[in-house]
Design a protein around this ligand. Structure first.
Ligand code: PLP
Length: 387
């Protein structure tokens, strides 16, 4: 089955009602006919559902679709993107291990790596997403995992997955890729040697800003360890959220195609705007890693970022003059969203820390939605007149 078909036709078996659309299985546990069946399920001799912290039909359907989309052997779904990221560290790393990460990563992941992993004796080194030479030099005897995002948030740096896949194989490391910004219909890290792919399903996968969710796809052996950790620590995805997310996957491909088409148009139209210093979109030839983006991505995704010449004040003025775009902490929605990292998500960092991850005072991130592209562009242009 092709990705688009698998996202639509992967379904849990019909119940006796012969429903066409998968119903919601809002149940915390599952029954057995007899003691022998129950024993066999607990002994892992069957795939029967036991308890919704371990597995649930709606969650299984969502995971099966994600596994088909990412092209991996197995998967496990969690309550949020952060619980997926956290579980991938806690299940596979131990005291004395070293993890290598790119410096521009999602804020809460940065907090986990900086504040919490060291408490458990796990060392972390950050390298620059745009400086490949730093990566191999930072690998140590005890390095166990490479963790990265591409495109990065919010700067849209692109890391060469083929190159990093070879590097991690050479040093026998687990390559763990947060594929949230691209989604599996735009980029499949497993084809370049990734061992694990983590997602915040809250973003493009839900695509309508309704529920939180996360998922980890990857090698069977690694996913089994993650499953055992999650089964005991409890970050299970709710069946309701899984039902919503599984439905969302049916339209992921068509949605992402339009998000990317709108984003490319907006990037092209804004690139030479007099209020803008520079603009980044992976599929614009002006992007510093444009050739790598073309090699590993189907389209440029739905995020555009640019820097306003007027800096911090211009950033706030721009947000205040938008009439349609939402000011909200999410991304990957049908509704277009604008954010100004320096005054919001990254306000707690020092200016130097922000600059180290390419967050300049006037940086604006647009999550391009599915409204008519002329309405999105019109709102942005009007707000730019005021900065
Ligand atoms: C939002 C996000 C996360 C965290 O996901 P939640 O669902 O909010 O927990 C992780 N990585 C990236 C790239 C994100 O954008």
């Amino acid at each position: 089955m092709k990705q688009q078909t698998a996202a639509i036709r992967t379904q849990v078996p019909r119940t006796g009602e012969m429903e066409h659309s998968t119903p919601m299985f809002l149940t915390s546990s599952f029954c057995f006919d007899n003691a022998e069946d129950m024993r066999a399920a607990f002994a892992d001799e069957t795939d029967d559902n036991i308890y919704s912290r371990f597995s649930n039909p709606n969650v299984n359907e969502f995971v099966d679709k994600m596994v088909a989309l990412e092209g991996t052997e197995a998967g496990y779904a969690t309550a949020s993107g952060m619980s997926a990221v956290f579980a991938s560290f806690m299940a596979l790393l131990k005291k004395g291990d070293h993890l290598l990460s790119c410096n521009s990563i999602f804020g809460s992941t940065h907090t986990l790596l900086t504040k919490y992993l060291p408490k458990y004796g796990i060392d972390v080194t950050y390298v620059s997403a745009d400086k490949p030479e730093e990566w191999e030099a930072a690998i140590r005897e005890n390095t166990k995992m490479i963790y990265l995002e591409t495109p990065t948030n919010p700067g849209l740096d692109i890391i060469d997955l083929e190159w990093i896949g070879k590097l991690s194989r050479k040093h026998n490391l687990i390559l763990n890729v947060d594929n949230c910004f691209a989604t599996p219909v735009c980029q499949r890290p497993v084809e370049f040697g990734a061992d694990l792919i983590v997602h915040s399903a809250t973003k493009w996968i839900d695509g309508q800003g309704r529920v939180l969710g996360g998922v980890i796809c990857g090698k069977e052996s690694l996913i089994h360890d993650i499953y055992l950790f999650c089964r005991s620590s409890g970050p299970a995805l709710s069946p309701f959220n899984a039902w919503v997310l599984s439905k969302s996957l049916e339209t992921l491909d068509v949605r992402m195609e339009r998000h990317a088409k709108n984003a490319l148009h907006i990037a092209q139209e804004l690139e030479k705007h007099p209020a803008i210093n520079w603009l980044r979109y992976p599929f614009l030839p002006s992007h510093p890693q444009h050739a790598i983006a073309k090699k590993q991505m189907v389209n440029g995704g739905g995020i555009v970022c640019f820097e306003l010449k007027g800096g911090l004040e211009a950033g706030k003025t721009f947000l205040n003059n938008l009439k349609m775009l939402s000011l909200t902490a999410n991304l990957g929605d049908t509704r277009s969203i604008a954010s100004h990292p320096a005054s919001t998500t990254h306000a707690k960092l020092t200016e130097a820390e922000r600059l180290a991850v390419n967050i300049t005072p006037g940086l604006i991130r647009i999550s391009v939605g599915l409204e008519h592209v002329e309405d999105i562009l019109g709102d942005i242009l009007k707000a730019l007149e005021k900065v």
